[in-house]
Write a protein that binds this ligand. Structure first.
Ligand code: NAD
Ligand code: NAI
Ligand code: ISE
Length: 337
């Protein structure tokens, strides 16, 4: 059986996911697309030679009879509406992060899915599928470095567009760390704090960049995340776990070491699409396989809610530099245990 997928949002990641569904993955095809800029949807159909219809709205895509499953790749504030509509239609839905831009929005989704008592939602937290993060997790789980005590992270983008705002450093960027570190440490957060170093002259005037987010977990680990979205030099994701008996570091992406011009050098990637290309492939194949069985696997609505609650606390902490903001999760429904 071939799964018919409808895509809402044909921007950067929507097009990249359409490319991989069409050219790389198996078991699915794109049958409908939409974008608030209709030209973007039509161009996408032409670019990838899709046998698909360009529809006027996300709601039409979800309702369409030739759509079995939905991919939400529009910008963050639209996600909640489209995921709730997919759940109401009983269709599996892959939603790019964030699941919703507020904890309340994510809670609405968890409640709707819990009422169905059946998983239909996968959130696009692709780092859980990354070979490097998986290797790091097996080292931690093996006990070789003892209990994790401290985690040092950096999330650096070369630059961001002018529409990127200070809160997006949390909801759009650090949201990846908020998810992957819960999974990596098998832990939850209890508090957040944000402090601001000196501002980079490369950031637009309205944006505080870089920022440092400090988290404390229920088991007592401390985490620092440097988020720096105008670092200029590359797309660089770092993570080092300090344990009782040793340290473990996220492997660097493969790059050929060169000795040239009296220097030892190796390239650093500049684009998130390339840095996590294999992880996106694996996460979407996982979605296709589960959706073909009428269900969902991978990062759940609960994970989306946990990230959103933590993100809300981080955004509150941004407004009170240095203050410690508590993080409290609601009770986890049995569907997500
Ligand atoms: P983008 O702005 O390039 O693309 C979004 C597209 O959605 C645009 O074409 C826009 O016109 C369209 N859109 C917005 N609202 C819509 C609506 N209501 N109906 C239909 N189309 C709508 O953005 P992007 O970089 O592709 O990011 C999209 C999503 O993917 C975001 O949620 C982002 O956080 C996520 N993302 C995740 C990763 C990752 O590493 N997991 C990377 C990039 C983006
Ligand atoms: P983008 O701006 O390139 O694309 C967003 C698209 O959504 C635009 O084409 C826009 O016109 C469209 N859109 C917005 N509202 C819409 C609506 N109501 N109906 C239909 N289309 C609508 O943004 P990008 O980078 O593709 O990000 C989109 C989403 O993907 C975001 O949620 C972002 O956080 C996520 N993302 C995830 C990444 C990851 O690594 N998992 C990487 C990049 C983005
Ligand atoms: C983007 O939406 C992503 O998800 C990227 O992974 C992240 O590095 C970037 O900061 C976001 O804007």
């Amino acid at each position: 059986m071939t799964l018919n997928i409808g895509v809402i949002g044909t921007g950067a990641i929507g097009r990249d996911h359409i490319r991989r569904i069409t050219n790389t993955l198996s078991g699915a095809r794109v049958t409908a697309v939409t974008d608030v800029q209709p030209k973007a949807a039509e161009e996408t159909i032409a670019t990838y030679g899709l046998d698909a219809r360009a529809l006027a709205t996300g709601q039409e895509v979800i309702a369409s009879r030739d759509v079995d499953a939905v991919l939400v790749t529009s910008w963050g504030p639209t996600h909640e509406e489209f995921v709730l509509a997919s759940l109401a239609a009983g269709k599996p839905v892959f939603c790019e992060k964030p699941l919703a831009t507020t904890a309340q929005g994510a809670l609405n989704i968890v409640k709707a899915e819990t009422a169905l008592n059946h998983r239909l939602v996968q959130v696009g937290f692709m780092r859980r599928y990354d070979a490097g993060y998986r290797a790091l997790k097996s080292v931690i789980d093996s006990g070789q470095i003892g209990a994790p005590l401290i985690v040092h992270c950096a999330h650096r983008n070369p630059d961001v567009p002018e529409r990127y705002t200070t809160d997006m450093a949390i909801n759009d960027t650090v949201i990846h760390e908020l998810d992957v570190l819960r999974w990596l440490l098998d832990d939850d957060y209890v508090s957040a704090q944000v402090v601001y170093p000196r501002r980079s002259r490369h950031a637009f005037a309205h944006l505080a960049d870089p920022q440092i987010v400090l988290l404390e977990t229920a088991k007592g680990a401390r985490i620092d995340v440097e988020v720096f979205v105008n670092c200029q030099y590359g797309y660089d994701i770092q993570c080092e776990v300090v344990g009782e008996a040793g340290t473990a570091r996220l492997p660097e992406p493969m790059a050929v070491p060169l000795r040239v011009g009296a220097q030892r050098v190796s390239a650093i990637l500049t684009d998130w699409k390339e840095r996590f290309i294999a992880s996106y492939d694996v996460e979407l194949q996982d979605f296709i396989d589960a959706a073909s069985e009428g269900t969902a696997a991978g990062p759940s609505s609960w994970d989306g809610l946990a990230a959103a609650v933590s993100a809300d606390a981080c955004v509150a902490a941004q407004g009170k530099p240095g203050a410690i903001v508590p993080i409290t999760l609601p009770e986890r429904p049995a569907l997500y245990v």
